[in-house]
Write a protein that binds this ligand. Structure first.
Ligand SMILES: Cc1cc2nc3c(=O)[nH]c(=O)nc-3n(C[C@H](O)[C@H](O)[C@H](O)COP(=O)(O)OP(=O)(O)OC[C@H]3O[C@@H](n4cnc5c(N)ncnc54)[C@H](O)[C@@H]3O)c2cc1C
Length: 384
């Protein structure tokens, strides 16, 4: 990804903005309320090329920079966070192939990821392994020119309506250190790839997050990303900086949406003869919320620009992810308080922001882990 001409970026962002206001905002509330998958919206996103927005033009994508991509995600999440997740998880899979795949894999898969013909996400988490990914138990055993996969995954986003995931497996469960036995496969749905349950969630509704069971599921060996066993965890870690920038961008989008809702409501709602935005207690909240939203956006862009320059940016991405997602949670709560009783009603967007925000504290590395990563980097970059 390379930074783009500002005029090109403006054109893309304007098109996204128009699409969100015309096609997403009017439907988000109803779809979310009933947990309905936004099929038509997804089809429109395909037509706009958004499923390939960071894929290299050589392989059929738009080749946008991480900073333009982050701006798109921020806007999407401020209208409906679930829509941004449909793109994010898919592009983490695409990025794993673009960055680590063989030339043949890039030619075979990236153009189909870019159009959305193949669409999905990443299959890492298992019932007994999330943060400690090296503890996964799903195995892939070589049988001629196939791997035979057995095991279970959980919390896999885009796995019901999507058709492909980047699947983390153990090709050598006895390897020490454990990561040397881990590999990443491009897994298209087929016999033995079973979606066993769609999970009920607090927020992030409309988008499908499921439990998967692999029962003698066969994957051709040429789907091993990079063509070499034992590199799977590394491939996943290679995508984490971009993944964290994406989640951070979702956080700044939600933080901004909460601010906008709060500002608008506080100007309309009157108590004791004046709009509540004229009470100092509300002004203090608005001041804090606006500062948090602005700082979140700046941290996201700071990390994205470092990424675009090709610099190591795990600390910057960790800071952006930690701060922007906490900002989303805090702003959603403050927005709810400003709305009083109406903030608790399912009729308003406020309660959706409040239910969507907590996911961001957990996904792409919990915020507990982010602080540890930031501290470790700080110490590494400043030797005694
Ligand atoms: C809606 C949703 C969608 C998701 N989508 C996907 C997806 O598409 N693909 C996928 O693979 N996964 C997905 N996940 C899973 C998500 O990535 C995991 O939930 C997350 O990595 C945390 O893992 P865990 O739930 O097993 O928690 P655990 O790893 O069990 O952690 C529990 C707690 O312990 C803390 N902790 C753990 N280890 C340490 C440590 N060393 N030091 C300090 N604290 C620690 C954690 O911070 C956390 O607070 C999704 C989750 C949700 C809720």
């Amino acid at each position: 990804m390379t930074p783009h001409d500002p005029d090109d970026e403006r054109l893309v962002l304007d098109a996204v903005e128009k699409f969100l206001e015309a096609e997403v905002r009017p439907h988000a509330h109803a779809l979310e309320k009933d947990d309905i998958y936004p099929t038509e919206i997804v089809e429109q996103m395909k037509a706009m090329g958004l499923f390939g927005c960071i894929i290299d033009p050589e392989y059929g994508g738009m080749g946008l920079s991480a900073s333009t991509y982050a701006k798109i995600i921020e806007r999407m999440a401020s209208v409906w966070m679930s829509i941004s997740g449909i793109i994010n998880s898919h592009l983490i899979m695409a990025w794993a192939v673009q960055r680590n795949g063989t030339e043949a894999q890039k030619r075979a898969f990236l153009p189909r990821f870019a159009t959305g013909e193949l669409r999905g996400g990443i299959g890492l988490t298992e019932p007994d392994a999330g943060t400690d990914l090296q503890a996964i138990r799903t195995t892939a055993v070589r049988d001629g020119d196939h791997y035979v996969v057995n095991g279970a995954k959980t919390w896999i986003t885009n796995s019901l309506y999507g058709n492909t995931i980047a699947l983390l497996v153990k090709t050598d469960p006895k390897a020490q250190p454990r990561h040397r036995g881990m590999s990443l496969l491009i897994a298209e749905k087929g016999p033995g790839f079973n979606v066993t349950r769609k999970l009920e969630k607090l927020g992030y509704r409309g988008i499908d997050t499921c439990e998967l069971q692999f029962d003698n599921y066969r994957v051709p060996i040429d789907r091993l990303i990079g063509g070499e066993e034992g590199r799977g965890l590394q491939h996943v870690l290679n995508g984490l900086e971009l993944g964290r920038i994406n989640v951070a961008a979702r956080g700044s989008g939600v933080a901004r949406a909460a601010l906008e809702e709060a500002v608008a409501y506080s100007q309309q709602r009157k108590t004791f003869g004046k709009p509540i935005c004229e009470h100092q207690a509300i002004q203090l909240k608005l001041g804090e919320m606006a500062t948090r939203a602005e700082a979140a956006t700046l941290l996201v862009q700071n990390a994205a620009r470092a990424f675009d320059r090709g610099e190591r940016c795990d600390m910057e991405a960790g800071m952006a992810k930690y701060f922007a997602t906490e900002a989303a949670m805090e702003n959603a709560l403050e927005c709810m308080r400003i709305h009083g009783g109406y903030g608790y009603s399912r009729e308003f967007n406020v309660e959706r922001l409040f239910r969507d925000a907590p996911l961001l504290l957990i996904g792409e590395g919990t915020n507990e882990m982010q602080r540890i990563i930031i501290a470790k980097q700080l110490i590494e970059r400043n030797p005694a």
